[in-house]
Design a protein around this ligand. Structure first.
Ligand code: GLY
Length: 436
């Protein structure tokens, strides 16, 4: 079996690690990720150059391609690879619209009466935007319709100070066709605790994974700008300290209904489905879907996966997925990022990673946006590497992980509070307050 992994980051490194030894591993990445390079036959080229990926797959007689990021999915990488008989773990461009077209997603929730949606409206002109925001009266979230690399969504009360700033930004989204459309989605702002549920999907069956909580803010105490995610944790029982079985099952049921609806609308969804939920007083609300694994969330769950990943990939392609087993342990992932991230990190700085020492702590390293040159690891302006540790409790995993971070040196920082008892208690208290 020959498997091609498309993508360059820590998520793809984690995917490659669970394939290693069970299949011949090939990869296409945009720069030399040392972790992926070490275990695969790789080509350094853009994962968005679909013709080239197709040629590489054909030349190497690839059986299955696993697609990491969303951008090539939007460009139709799966449609192109399926044309030449390569089985794909990733949705077609039509099914990927669950992430790449927010109007498609919200309309489907409405038409198929799927639970957990939010009040929303779609606009293409200034006047209607102003009237809606004035009449709505509560905080809103402004979302470009298409992909913006995680930079387009802005929340009133956070990045947007008030209704005037929300209106101005919504109009800018329309005028500049941000995300590729001269339209904007305006949603109610959901209040609660965010969490992620990911699932393997074979077109009709879904195999859900343990819930995870990511930390999007750059600095400790949830301060600073939004990032791609500074770290994440999962709990021993697959739930989270603030998320009970009922809330988790409700989220999985929303994802099941979504998969059925996609099937009816545009055909089968195959691959990984990432549901980002907000748990409030009246249950989970769907904030958005990603048509891929989460980053860092993939690292938490793949570290626990006991089922054979290659077997799961084959089952996704063949439509006979049966479920997936995960170790009953807690995980903590901390992202090490260059100083100045996000926005003003100076790239091309050497980062010294003592992998042996990190492994001795029982932790794993997953390289992200770094480049290996002459045996040295160089930073970019984005996240550098994730360290993942497993424990009987979140607290145990956190201590192991924090200890491991001292073996990475350079002009870097990380959030020491990810997975700590204090921060988790804050989440639990917040949930209790909301339920009062
Ligand atoms: N953790 C955020 C994402 O994967 O998009």
């Amino acid at each position: 079996m020959k498997i091609l992994v498309v993508g360059t980051g820590a998520r793809e490194h984690a995917i490659c690690k669970v394939i290693e030894g069970d299949a011949e591993l090939y990869s296409i990445m945009s720069n030399k990720n040392p972790g992926i390079a070490r275990i695969s036959r790789y080509q350094i080229s853009s994962e968005n150059d679909i013709d080239n990926v197709k040629k590489f797959a054909q030349e190497n007689k690839i059986d299955i391609a696993v697609i990491g990021p969303e951008a090539p999915l939007e460009k139709g990488i799966v449609n192109a690879l399926e044309e030449i008989g390569v089985g794909c773990v990733g949705p077609t461009m039509e099914a990927a619209k669950i992430e790449t077209d927010k109007v498609f997603m919200r309309t489907m929730f409405e038409n198929y009466k799927i639970d957990g949606s939010l009040v929303y409206k779609v606009f293409d002109n200034h006047e209607d935007i102003s009237v809606f925001i004035d009449d709505f009266g509560n905080d809103v979230v402004i979302k470009p319709v298409g992909l913006t690399g995680g930079k387009g969504v802005k929340i009133m009360g956070e990045q947007l100070k008030d209704a005037d700033e929300a209106k101005k930004y919504a109009k800018e989204v329309v005028d500049t066709k941000m995300g590729g459309h001269a339209r904007v989605v305006i949603e109610e702002r959901a209040i609660g605790e965010e969490f992620t549920v990911q699932a393997f999907v074979d077109g009709k069956n879904i195999a859900p994974m343990p819930a995870v909580q990511d930390h999007p803010y750059a600095f400790e105490g949830d301060e600073g700008p939004i990032t791609g995610g500074m770290g994440s944790y999962s709990d021993k029982n697959g739930l989270l300290p603030f998320l009970d079985k009922k809330g988790y099952k409700c989220s999985v049921s929303i994802m099941e209904d979504t998969v059925k609806a996609i099937n009816k609308e545009v055909g089968p969804y195959r691959g990984f489905l990432y549901g980002q939920f907000m748990l409030g007083a009246d249950g989970p609300k769907l904030i958005e879907y990603n048509a891929r694994f989460g980053d860092p969330e993939a690292m938490n769950v793949l570290e626990l996966l006991q089922s054979n990943f290659v077997d799961i990939c084959e089952r996704i392609v063949n439509g006979n997925l049966r479920g997936a087993k995960f170790a009953d342990k807690a995980t903590v992932c901390k992202y090490i990022v260059p100083k100045g991230y996000p926005g003003s990190a100076v790239p091309d700085q050497v980062i010294d990673v003592d992998e042996n020492k990190i492994n001795e702590t029982g932790s794993q390293v997953y390289y992200a946006a770094v480049n290996e040159k002459d045996g040295k690891v160089y930073s970019s302006s984005s996240r550098a590497l994730g360290i993942v540790s497993v424990g009987e409790t979140i607290s145990e995993a956190e201590k192991i992980c924090e200890n491991a971070t001292k073996y990475v040196k350079g002009d870097i920082y990380h959030r020491r509070d990810v997975g700590t008892a204090d921060l988790i208690q804050k989440r639990v208290n917040h949930m209790k307050e909301l339920k009062k």
